[in-house]
Design a protein around this ligand. Structure first.
Ligand code: DQA
Length: 155
């Protein structure tokens, strides 16, 4: 498949995920965001996807990236990080992605359901196409595979 025909996918990471590798490595692992970026690019290539990994601590920027995904018809992998648990603004923005018929896969590196009680509720899950949690960075690979199948690049 030529570079031009690769379907673009954005992988959006919320607050504190720029600290991967140094933040609670016993929970999130020792690998950093650059490693995640390289892995996603490589996994994407194998699936016929052109993957761009972004990270922001700014809720407005993450919301803007959802609007951009709708306008550019781009499927989304979203690790909303702490926004997962309280951002109705991001939930409303994520709903616009799935309402546009674009896959929106929610990913968590850890398994929030097995952690503190405030992490057990996601305001994003009801508007996501699906949610993958607890598989470390592999969750992003699984999300990209799910998107590739849905955009009919594989499977
Ligand atoms: C997280 C889980 C969230 O509860 C937490 O706030 C994060 C990361 C995860 O990937 O496991 O920052 O989304």
């Amino acid at each position: 498949m030529s570079e031009q025909s690769l379907r673009k996918v954005v992988v959006v990471n919320g607050p504190n995920l720029g600290r991967l590798g140094v933040r609670e490595p016993e929970i999130y692992g020792h690998a950093n965001l650059e490693t995640l970026r390289a892995k996603c690019a490589q996994w994407g290539k194998g699936l016929g996807l052109d993957v761009e990994v972004r990270q922001s601590d700014d809720e407005a920027e993450v919301i803007h990236w959802m609007h951009q995904a709708v306008d550019e018809q781009t499927p989304v992998v979203l690790n909303p990080a702490a926004f997962t648990h309280y951002s109705y603004g991001l939930a409303d923005a994520a709903a616009q992605v799935s309402d546009a018929g674009l896959p929106l896969v929610e990913v968590h590196i850890s398994n929030p359901a097995a952690r503190e009680s405030f992490r057990r509720h996601s305001v994003i899950s009801p508007v996501a196409t699906g949610t993958i949690m607890g598989f470390g960075f592999d969750g992003y690979r699984l999300a990209l595979e799910a998107i590739a199948v849905r955009v009919k690049n594989v499977g």
